[in-house]
Write a protein that binds this ligand. Structure first.
Ligand code: 5GP
Length: 179
C-alpha cells in the first residue's frame, strides 16, 4: 500500500495537532451544551473517533450513510440515504462530522434533509475542505484543513475501497489513481 503513495499531504502528527485545536473551537462554540455528533459513513471513521475523544463537552453519537452520486466525475447531485439515523434529532444540537466537502452536493442534500427534523441547531465539521470544486454553497462552521485540486486517501478516505487504514492523508501515484 505504501508503495502506491505519491506524497503524504497531512501527516499523523499534523492531523492530531489540528484536531486538538478544532476541539477547542468546538467546545468554545457549544459552551458545555450536549451535542449529537452525526458521522457520515464511512469516511468519518477515524476523524470522528479522534475528535470525540478530545472533546471536552458531553457528546452522543449517531451515523448516517448516503450513496455517492456515481463515479467521481459524475456530479449529478442525486443522493440517497442508505442508512438513516437511529434516533430523532428534534431539539438536539447536531454537529455533522464529514471527511471531505468537495462539490457540496452530499452535504447540501443532508443539511436540507436534517433541517426538516427540527434540530435545536445544525452545524458542520469537516476534516477537509476542497473549495475549488464547490457547486453548492455549504456553511462550514468547523474545518480541519483546506486542500487544493487533489484527490487524497487515508485516515478513513478510500479509493475503490482501499487505503482507508493509512494513518496519514496522502495522494496516490497517477498510475494507481488517475483522479
Ligand atoms: P461532495 O458531495 O462534497 O462532492 O463529496 C463529498 C464526498 O466525496 C466525500 O464524503 C468523499 O466520500 C468523496 N470525496 C471527495 N473528495 C475526496 C477525496 O479527495 N478523496 C476521497 N477518498 N474521497 C473524496
Amino acid at each position: 500500500m505504501l508503495k502506491d503513495v505519491e506524497e503524504v499531504v497531512f501527516s499523523e502528527a499534523q492531523i492530531q495537532e489540528r484536531i486538538k485545536k478544532l476541539c477547542e473551537e468546538i467546545a468554545d462554540a457549544y459552551e458545555k451544551k450536549p451535542v449529537l455528533l452525526v458521522g457520515i459513513l464511512k469516511g468519518c471513521l477515524f476523524f470522528m473517533a479522534d475528535l470525540m475523544r478530545k472533546l471536552d463537552i458531553p457528546v452522543a453519537i449517531d451515523f448516517i450513510s448516503v450513496s455517492s452520486y456515481g463515479p467521481s466525475t459524475e456530479k449529478t447531485g442525486a443522493v440517497k440515504i442508505l442508512k438513516d439515523l437511529d434516533t430523532p434529532i428534534q431539539d438536539k444540537h447536531v454537529l455533522i462530522i464529514e471527511d471531505v466537502v468537495d462539490t457540496g452536493l452530499t452535504l447540501g442534500y443532508l443539511l436540507r434533509n436534517l433541517k426538516e427534523r427540527s434540530p435545536a441547531s445544525l452545524q458542520v465539521c469537516s476534516l477537509l475542505d476542497k473549495p475549488d470544486y464547490r457547486i453548492v454553497g455549504i456553511p462550514l462552521q468547523f474545518k480541519g484543513f483546506e486542500l487544493g485540486k487533489k484527490f487524497v486517501v487515508g485516515y478513513g478516505l478510500d479509493y475503490q475501497g482501499k487505503y482507508r487504514h493509512l494513518p496519514f492523508i496522502a495522494s496516490l501515484k497517477k498510475e494507481i489513481c488517475p483522479l
